[in-house]
Design a protein around this ligand. Sequence first.
Ligand SMILES: Cc1cc2nc3c(=O)[nH]c(=O)nc-3n(C[C@H](O)[C@H](O)[C@H](O)COP(=O)(O)O)c2cc1C
Length: 397
Amino acid sequence: MNRLTNKHIILGVSGSISAYKAPDIVRRLQDLGAQVKVILTEGGAKFITELSLQSISKNKVHRNLWDEDAKLGMGHIELAKWADAILIAPASANTVANITLGKADDLLSNVILANDTPLLIAPAMNLKMYQSHALQDNLSTLVSRRIIIIKPESGKQACGDIGIGRLAEPSSIAKQVASQFISTKLTGKKVLITLGATIEAIDPVRFISNHSSGKMGMALVNTCLEMGASVTCIYGNITTTLNAKSNNISIISAQQMYTKVMDSITGQDIFIACAAVSDFSVKNSNNQKIKKDGQNLTLELIPNKDILADVCKLKEKPICMGFAAETQNILKNAQKKLKNKGCDVIILNDVSKADFGFNMDENEVVFLSRNLNKKIAKNSKQKVAKKILEIFIKECL
Ligand SMILES: Cc1cc2nc3c(=O)[nH]c(=O)nc-3n(C[C@H](O)[C@H](O)[C@H](O)COP(=O)(O)O)c2cc1C
């Protein structure tokens, strides 16, 4: 199973003789489905070339804190935001000491300070260096900060000594990274998620729809699956890829989505209404293509049934999360939606912004419940989905 699919891993390579194994680590992470970006320290670059790591990772290798090509010149923040986990392998004694002290004098140490994802460290060094009080004290401090230490192995070392300090096997390192993403937070839960845009026919060739891509909904599907849920995904028009592990049901119109949701809702623990459902459909849409005749054409629109509101009215209703895409009075409108529909959570999406939201890869939202109003900062939709679900689990389950 590719347990790192869609995951972004930063591999920090520091100045140990075993840095020659870094390309193999990149490969093993990729074999599990990860995308990998490498940060090479000055010490690391003495042992392995940037070109090797760039060729294998298929990404630019990052070495410089002072990166003028980065957005606003802040490459360290961009990299930290991109990562789902950071692995340092090999981690030199010097890098371990820098992290323990919280130093910020090169790119890797800055990214680590700005990071809020799992950090794994695989030390590799001569056995006396590994056994030194200083190194062991530093590792204990890092463990107390919930940093994961991937223990080195025993054996013949580059210097000729025999003992502990050899870098753990690349395949074992990759597996330990993957294990960070195994979660049982939603094991045993059934989740129904709607996503994408509905299409309301005007005639056989024309329709009314919207800009929804389904990317935010798919990020929620993927995250729920990773957390152990069994997921049903009812999707309209999307520009993203479905996950084969969910039960996927295709619909076109809002009416079809309504029917499929109501058919599938019994027994669901959680309902996430992320689809951009048309509020109106065309009354008496034409069976034949409407011909132009130089006259004005008036379409009569009739309101569609409100899927979320009707699910919330069910006697045995699941816990419900809705999305509110707003362009004005955004907080007030979302609070109204939360109250009027009787749902448990509203995720407020300000779709008036050009750089995130509809059809973009990034999003910035507000998590609204009766007791909570929490902004989730702009990040990839995958990361925003994870944050939404973590708060949701804490607040609602
Ligand atoms: C030939 C050679 C091999 C080295 N191997 C290691 C090693 O395996 N582990 C280690 O912690 N340091 C090793 N060092 C020392 C580090 O390279 C040195 O502490 C360096 O400053 C680390 O920089 P960095 O942590 O910024 O990458 C070695 C040094 C030399 C000259």
